[in-house]
Design a protein around this ligand. Structure first.
Ligand code: PMP
Length: 363
C-alpha cells in the first residue's frame, strides 16, 4: 500500500494508563488516576441533574454547527458566534489546524517539551518540526521568533505549558505576537485557562481583534470536568474560522456533548470552587516538595511537574503497584521528574504518603 512515508514506524500516542488496565494488571480494587489532568471533583452537579431529567432523540444527527452551545460560549466570552469553532476535544482542533496548514516543505515551531499532539500531527502531515527548548519551564519566545522563517506556517504556544504548567505572562506574549509575521498562525493552547492564578497573565480573548493570525484553544475537558464528552473550541477572527471550518468533520460533537457542555458552562460557582480546591492541593504538593528538597515548576494548572531525583519510570511503576497512576517524566521529555494531576485533598495525601515510601526505598 502507498502509506505516507512519515508514518512508517510511528508509534501511537500513549495516554496515561487507564484505571481498568491497572486494576487488571495489579489485581487492585481501588485506583487513583492522577495522570491525565482531569478534574478530580468531576463535573458540575447540574450536569447529572440535567442528564436525569432530559431525553434525546438518538436517531438524529447532532447539530453540526453546535448552534445552542455556540451561542452560549459566544455570549460568555463576548465574541461573535462566527468567531468560534468547536472540535471533538481540542485534540481535534489541533488536527484540523495541522491538516489545513502543514505539509511537506513548510515548518512549524513549538517549545520542547510541550503537548505532544502538535508534533505528532505535524509529523503525519510531513512538515518540518522546529523545537525550541524551554527556559525554566517557560517558552523561550525570543528563540521561537528566531526559529520562524518564510516557510513557517504554524507556531504553537501552550500556555500554561503541558508538562511544566508554566503560563506565558502577558507582557512577553504581547511583545511576541507583535513580532510574529502576520502570515504565520499562532495557536495559543489554553487548555488549563480556568486554573490560571498568575496575576501577570491576562485574558487573551481581546487579542483575536488585534492579531488576525491568532487562534486560542480552550476545552471542557479540564476544569469543566467533561473529558469523557470531548468538547473543545477555538476562538479567532471570523475569516480564520471560515478557512478552518471546511476541514472540520461533520457532526463532530455528539448531541449529549453539546447539551452537557452548555449546562457546565453556566455553573461559574462550580469552576470557582474547583479552582480554590486546586490551589489548596497545589500547596499540599508544593509543601511536600519543599520539605523533601525536590524541585518543582510553579504551576498555573491542575497538575505539577516535580523532581524525584531517581528514575521516573521506577517511581511510576512503584506508585502504580500501590494504586496511584501518574506520568513518568521519561515519557514527557522531562526525565528525573514526574507529572501528577492535583487531586482531592485525600487523593493528594494518599499519593504523597506512597511517594515518600517509594522515594525512601529508591533513594
Ligand atoms: N492541549 C493541552 C495542553 C492538553 O494538555 C490537552 C489534554 N491533555 C489537550 C490540549 C487536549 O484536550 P482535549 O482534547 O481533551 O480538549
Amino acid at each position: 500500500m502507498k502509506w505516507k512515508e512519515q508514518i512508517t514506524g510511528m508509534k501511537a500516542y500513549q495516554p496515561g494508563k487507564s484505571i481498568d488496565a491497572v486494576k487488571k494488571e495489579f489485581g487492585l480494587d481501588e485506583i487513583v488516576k492522577l495522570a491525565s489532568n482531569e478534574n478530580p471533583f468531576g463535573s458540575s452537579p447540574k450536569v447529572r441533574e440535567f442528564l436525569a431529567n432530559e431525553s434525546f432523540n438518538f436517531a438524529l444527527y447532532p447539530d453540526g454547527y453546535a448552534t445552542n452551545l455556540r451561542a452560549a460560549v459566544a455570549t460568555k466570552l463576548g465574541v461573535e458566534e462566527n468567531e468560534l469553532i468547536f472540535g471533538n476535544g481540542s485534540d481535534e482542533l489541533i488536527s484540523i489546524i495541522t491538516r489545513a496548514l502543514l505539509y511537506p516543505g513548510v515548518n512549524t515551531v513549538m517549545a520542547k517539551p510541550t503537548f505532544s499532539q502538535y508534533g505528532l500531527n505535524a509529523k503525519i502531515e510531513g512538515a518540518e518540526i522546529r523545537e525550541v527548548p524551554l527556559v525554566d519551564g517557560n517558552h523561550d519566545l525570543d528563540a521561537m521568533l528566531e526559529a520562524i522563517d518564510d516557510n513557517t506556517a504554524v507556531v504553537w504556544v501552550c500556555s500554561p505549558n503541558n508538562p511544566t504548567g508554566v503560563v506565558v505572562e502577558d507582557a512577553p506574549l504581547q511583545a511576541f505576537l507583535k513580532k510574529v509575521p502576520s502570515d504565520v498562525l499562532v495557536v495559543l493552547d489554553e487548555a488549563y485557562f480556568e486554573y490560571v492564578t498568575n496575576a501577570r497573565h491576562k485574558d487573551t480573548i481581546p487579542y483575536i481583534q488585534d492579531y488576525p493570525n491568532v487562534i486560542i484553544l480552550r476545552t471542557f475537558s479540564k476544569a469543566y470536568g467533561l473529558a469523557a464528552f470531548r468538547v473543545g473550541y477555538g476562538i479567532a477572527n471570523k475569516e480564520l474560522i471560515a478557512k478552518l471550518d471546511p476541514v472540520r468533520g461533520p457532526f463532530n460533537n455528539t448531541v449529549l456533548s453539546q447539551a452537557i457542555a452548555q449546562v457546565a458552562l453556566e455553573d461559574d460557582a462550580y469552576i470557582e470552587k474547583c479552582r480554590e480546591e486546586n490551589n489548596k492541593g497545589k500547596k499540599q504538593i508544593e509543601e511536600f516538595c519543599g520539605k523533601n528538597n525536590l524541585h518543582f515548576f510553579t504551576t498555573d494548572t491542575n497538575f505539577i511537574l516535580m523532581e524525584v531525583k531517581v528514575d521516573s519510570d521506577v517511581v511510576f511503576q512503584e506508585l502504580m503497584k500501590r494504586g496511584f497512576i501518574i506520568r513518568s517524566g521519561n515519557a514527557l521529555g522531562t526525565p528525573g521528574y514526574i507529572r501528577v494531576t492535583i487531586g482531592t485533598q485525600a487523593q493528594n495525601e494518599g499519593f504523597l504518603t506512597q511517594l515518600e515510601v517509594v522515594l525512601q526505598e529508591q533513594g
